[in-house]
Design a protein. Structure first.
Length: 266
């Protein structure tokens, strides 16, 4: 039985297009994750080279490049696979019934593989060793809480915007991640695949391998919490006996609902 809270949701960037084959979706997820990590790591290397020791300037360059790259990837590959590029996004899509479990674990595998390939790609462009363990310490309660908040916000914004303005999901997500570099102590990794990949780069965006589990657990907790909270926030209101439901749809919402309402032959 369909979940009534999601029965009338417009398609968002996190929901893969039905016309794409599983193979196409997996390639899109692997390629998208690889390119995203290459953008994050590569721009971090370049920023550190050019900033002359000014960490704020390096972080600004890294955040703007990441936001712009993420936006481009979501617009280009979102229509193929849903544009997850992130195991937490995939997990939440599965929990909400938007992605079958049999596809979700495949998404996770190609995302992890793509992330590692992305690090190697960035390193090759800048003459770095293919993979190198990071010595950058990122641990402690403030860091874990930062990752919880960052991932909670990421999933919440994706769900909320996908429900109301699906065409704006890429812009909302990219804008949030850019801001997350600055308002979180951890610089908003908010992605287990990216976190794993950054353990393999001894550059500006690195993280010690021993610190990865704490980040990933916080990301999973934040993502699942957001999925539950926003499920409750956006679910259809109960209709009292003898009282017509209150509808306050704007014209564009009414058109979106009409476009996705199944016909009697479905």
């Amino acid at each position: 039985m369909a979940d009534p809270a999601h029965a009338a949701e417009p398609r968002s960037a996190s929901v893969p297009a039905a016309a794409s084959t599983l193979c196409q979706r997996l390639v899109a997820e692997g390629l998208g994750t690889a390119l995203l990590v290459a953008v994050v790591v590569g721009s971090g290397i370049r920023a550190q080279q050019l900033a002359g020791g000014n960490v704020a300037l390096a972080l600004l360059a890294n955040s703007l490049a990441t936001g712009g790259g993420l936006l481009a990837l979501l617009l280009a590959l979102g229509p193929v696979s849903g544009g997850h590029f992130n195991p937490v996004v995939t997990l939440c899509a599965m929990v909400r019934g938007a992605l079958p479990a049999r596809d979700a674990w495949r998404y996770g595998l190609v995302q992890m593989g793509g992330a590692i390939a992305g690090v190697a790609c960035a390193h090759a462009m800048f003459g770095e060793p293919m993979l190198a363990w990071s010595a950058q310490s990122r641990t402690g309660p403030s860091m874990w809480w930062s990752e919880f908040v960052a991932t909670f916000g990421l999933i919440g914004i994706a769900i909320g915007t996908g429900r109301s303005r699906p065409g704006l999901v890429p812009f909302a997500v990219a804008g949030y991640i850019t801001a997350g570099y600055w308002f979180t102590a951890s610089t908003s990794f908010a992605n287990p695949a990216l976190t794993l990949a950054c353990a393999l780069t001894a550059t500006f965006t690195g993280i010690r391998a021993i610190d990865v589990p704490g980040f990933v657990l916080a990301q999973l907790a934040g993502g699942l919490s957001a999925a539950l909270v926003f499920h409750w926030l956006l679910r259809a209101p109960a209709v009292l006996p003898g009282r017509a439901p209150l509808t306050r749809k704007t014209p564009w919402r009414a058109a979106a609902a009409a476009a996705i309402t199944p016909t009697s032959g479905d």
